[in-house]
Design a protein around this ligand. Structure first.
Ligand SMILES: *Cc1c(COP(=O)(O)O)cnc(C)c1O
Length: 340
């Protein structure tokens, strides 16, 4: 039995989701005539209380389109040093938008309004124009940490005072919403634009949504075309997204409780040195100095346990919809049986 904890993106559509996809009514979405894509966009916009939404092939694309919508070449984007938009999108902020980044030294991918205020350059001809603040909830490289909503409200105030746009990279926002008992509406109200991934914990095979005002999404429609992300009968994919929003949000709590069970297993292992605080479905832990990371990962692979090495003996496991209870039992057995 292979136990794949590399990411919550490794899931495959369930028979029910596949059936919804097969039965989708489709059209050509470039002409806005795919009824299922239109239904998904309307559903998501309504959920978050935003005017409009646009369905894109990936979360990278929704973030990159948002950056393009909110910036001009030469502008500076303020984000955390761990942020996905800076670290894991191939330098897209520079490549696609000609903008630069000011990174904040936050905690588990989160920062305070005070830190954000210090990151704003002076209003003077020498400095780049700060036009956008990006926050990520939950944080990916920060180990699935959730933000304190009050801090997000303070950062919003700062954005308003300095006429900066406010974008949420909510690839895993539903994980935070479930843990903190928050609502999509409160996030919709706070942010100018939001990215939501359907292909992470929600279990769809493909797709992300960008949400915003009518004006923002009209611009996004143009940029999605330029970035090569306008698809044709994408209703088959959108149907999976609708199924995911209807069925797979509340169950994220189950992924979180199983992440806690893995934490309990790791605590008992002599070859695990530090475990980062786990709030959602991402578990980050360290192995001691005398254990080689590559050797460790290879050994895990031999045991049919797949995880991610993040460098410097930092390792990551992510629980998800296809991680069964039998796998959890097996994982415990296999991890207890090995020595380093
Ligand atoms: C996964 C992820 C994305 C987008 O990823 P894609 O693989 O391009 O869909 C964006 N932000 C965060 C925080 C992510 O974890």
């Amino acid at each position: 039995m292979k136990i794949n904890l590399i990411s919550d993106t490794v899931t495959k559509p369930s028979p029910e989701m596949l059936s919804a996809m097969m039965q989708a009514e489709v059209g050509d979405d470039v002409f806005k005539s795919d009824p299922t894509v239109n239904a998904l966009e309307e559903k998501a916009a309504r959920m978050f209380g935003k005017e409009a939404a646009i369905f894109c092939p990936s979360g990278t694309m929704t973030n990159q389109i948002a950056v393009k919508v909110h910036t001009q070449p030469g502008d500076v984007v303020i984000a955390d040093k761990f942020s996905h938009v800076y670290n894991y999108e191939g330098g897209g902020i520079a490549f696609n938008s000609g903008a630069t980044c000011k990174l904040i030294d936050g905690e588990h991918g989160r920062f305070t309004a005070k830190q954000a205020a210090l990151a704003i350059p002076p209003n003077d001809v020498h400095w780049p124009q700060p036009s956008l603040v990006v926050v990520e909830n939950t944080t990916n490289k920060g180990g699935g940490a959730c933000w304190d909503f009050d801090e997000l409200v303070k950062i919003k105030q700062l954005c308003e005072n300095h006429k900066m746009a406010y974008h949420l990279d909510g690839a895993r926002l539903f994980n935070a919403i479930v843990v903190k008992k928050e609502t999509p509406e409160q996030y919709g109200k706070l942010f100018d634009t939001l990215s939501i991934c359907l292909s992470k914990g929600l279990g769809a095979p493909v797709g992300s949504l960008l949400l915003g005002s009518q004006e923002h999404i009209q611009k996004a429609f143009k940029y999605r075309k330029i970035f090569g992300g306008a698809m044709r009968q994408s209703g088959y994919l959108a149907a999976a997204g609708i199924y995911a929003l209807d069925n797979n949000i509340e169950r994220l709590a189950y992924d979180h409780s199983r992440a806690q069970e893995i934490v309990e297993i790791l605590k008992a292992l002599p070859y695990v040195s530090i475990i980062e605080p786990v709030e959602t479905n991402i578990i980050i832990f360290y192995i001691p100095d005398d254990v080689d990371e590559d050797q460790f990962i290879n050994k895990m692979e031999e045991l049919d346990i797949l995880l991610v090495g993040m460098g410097d003996r930092k390792l990551r496991m992510v629980t998800h919809l296809d991680f069964t209870d039998d796998m959890l039992t097996e994982l415990r057995k296999r991890l207890m049986s090995v020595k380093f």
